[in-house]
Write a protein that binds this ligand. Structure first.
Ligand code: GLV
Ligand code: MG
Length: 354
């Protein structure tokens, strides 16, 4: 075990010192683009200002014969596109693939100073993070980088979920975790063929109606309550991330046309503590922006409670509801989020009256 005093020492001579805190930046959507597709790459300068995070995807979704082209396309984007204050991330290929080593070597060496976060897929335990941690430190030192790259793991195997706390705490580079519902479903043997979202068969069945004579008709029409397949995993991921001071995200929602269901799934994640989700299509950028920005009426109500609570201690009644030291903390979460998003989004700031 690394002693606590060594935890923040660089893992290679000349590598930048690890960060003590994850920088808090608007992170409502991680927008995926395939850097092997020249048409998509040409749109990057227009899309970048509309998203919080732009991610060049090298992993699943990129055909194996286009892996090198995708890597080269991302290097080109990193070298030529002015990202403004939008973060540039990449998702590299999994550590057991034939491409991961070249992904890391090329990206850190060529565009390490432009990249904010490296998303690592299929992370199974802290040993995966330790491997990448030392390797990236060596590459950073060689490239003369002065700012350390951060890591984001995808939670997409049963073993990864079992080890999620250790993954979050494996390195000061850990910035966050995303749920990867497609790979996770496959790995766990879940019987859904959808990419994220709910399933009409995952329900709790209401009780059957009881007739006046006390008889029960189990075949009568009754209410079915659809449940959230991802509730357990998201809640567990949020606790692990918050424990370690890093950020939890919902991952992909594959039914691009169904923006209503996408919004519902993103909202569940938002309410449970996630800061953002992936967007796979411009339609989902709009959904994520809406869901992961607190509603103006919620911000106004939270501010009202904060104002009414004075120094934040004690208990008061407001509109018939009890507010106290704990509920005012909930209100601060909402107002702080609104303020940090407003710093980047003047339209949002105006809607909050900031
Ligand atoms: C994402 O990578 C997923 O597998 O859902
Ligand atoms: Mg996956």
């Amino acid at each position: 075990m690394r002693p606590p005093k060594d935890f923040f020492k660089p893992l290679a001579v000349g590598a930048p010192a690890p960060v003590h805190e994850i920088p808090v930046k608007p992170s409502r959507m991680i927008h995926f683009f395939p850097p092997s597709n020249t048409k998509m790459v040409s749109k990057v300068p227009d899309i970048a200002p509309t998203v919080d995070i732009l991610l060049g995807n090298l992993e699943d979704g990129v055909p194996s014969d286009q892996k090198e082209a995708a890597r080269a396309g991302l290097v080109e984007v990193g070298k030529t596109v002015d990202m403004g204050d939008t973060q540039l991330w990449t998702r590299i290929n999994s550590l057991d693939s034939p491409w991961a080593l070249d992904d890391l070597t090329t990206l850190v060496s060529e565009i390490g100073a432009k990249l904010d976060v490296i998303m690592i897929p299929k992370v199974e335990g802290p040993e995966d993070i330790h491997y990448a941690d030392r390797l990236v430190a060596q590459l950073e030192a060689k490239a003369g980088l002065t700012r350390p790259l951060l890591f984001h793991a995808i939670l997409e195997t049963a073993r990864g979920v079992s080890n999620v706390e250790d993954i979050c705490g494996a390195s000061p580079r850990m910035q966050g975790i995303s749920l990867g519902p497609a790979d996770l479903a496959a790995n766990r043997g879940m019987k859904t063929t959808r990419v994220g979202g709910g399933h009409p068969d995952y329900v709790v069945q209401g009780d059957p109606p009881v007739a006046d004579d006390g008889s029960v008709d189990i075949h009568a029409e009754r209410t079915r309550y659809q449940q959230d397949l991802w509730h357990y995993t998201i809640a567990r991921m949020v606790d692990a991330c918050v424990t370690h001071g890093i950020l939890p995200f919902y991952g992909p929602f594959g039914d691009i046309a169904d923006t209503v269901a996408c919004e519902a799934q993103f909202r569940n994640a938002y309410l449970l503590g996630c800061v953002g989700a992936w967007s796979l299509h411009p339609k989902q950028i709009t959904v994520a922006k809406k869901v992961f920005s607190p509603r103006p009426e919620d911000v106004a109500q939270a501010q009202r409670v904060i104002d009414a609570m004075g120094d934040g201690t004690g208990a008061i009644m407001l509109d018939g509801k009890m507010e106290d030291d704990a509920s005012v903390k909930q209100c601060h979460v909402v107002v702080e989020l609104a303020k940090s998003l407003s710093a980047r989004d003047p339209e949002l700031a105006a809607s909050y009256g900031f």
